[in-house]
Design a protein around this ligand. Structure first.
Ligand code: ZN
Length: 153
């Protein structure tokens, strides 16, 4: 079977990497936010893994995840001369539920996620000091509309 996409190969350079969670509930909303609000028009690299930007933060007992994520980020930063990274965490993240069970923590998850976003930014600044890193948090309202808000650095 051959399927011919209506999409064309993206030939324009990008200097942006977006890092967000693989949770299916947020894919369309995050892409809409990147394409329309940030005006990226599908021209960005993506790193989409469970927990999204948490992968850039060292977690006790699980050092291989952050090692791999930092390596992937470094390669993309070098290959594509990246200048901007967009990190998106989200409400009700299953990866965080798994982590909280792992560490027997009762910290409020939202606070932990925002702390991890800031830690991820610090980690990326060590990899590439000139990189602009933006932090966001996705959730939904009473009408199930996805909402993405900036997180203070
Ligand atoms: Zn998630």
């Amino acid at each position: 079977m051959n399927y011919v996409c209506s999409s064309r190969v993206q030939r324009a350079h990008t200097d942006v990497l977006a890092v967000y969670c693989s949770d299916h509930r947020f894919q369309a909303g995050v892409r809409e936010f990147l394409d329309q609000k940030l005006d990226l028009r599908a021209n960005y690299d993506s790193l989409v893994v469970p927990g999204g930007p948490q992968c850039l933060v060292e977690f006790e007992g699980l050092p291989k995840f952050s090692w791999a994520a930092r390596k992937w980020s470094r390669v993309l930063i070098d290959l594509h001369s990246l200048k901007r990274m967009i990190l998106v965490a989200h409400h009700d993240c299953g990866w965080y539920r798994w982590l909280e069970d792992h560490r027997h923590s009762h910290d409020p998850v939202r606070r932990r996620q925002e702390d991890d976003l800031r830690a991820a930014k610090r980690s990326l600044s060590q990899i590439s000091p000139g990189l602009a890193v933006e932090l966001y948090y996705a959730s939904w309202n009473a009408d199930d509309a996805l909402i993405i808000e900036a997180v203070p650095c």
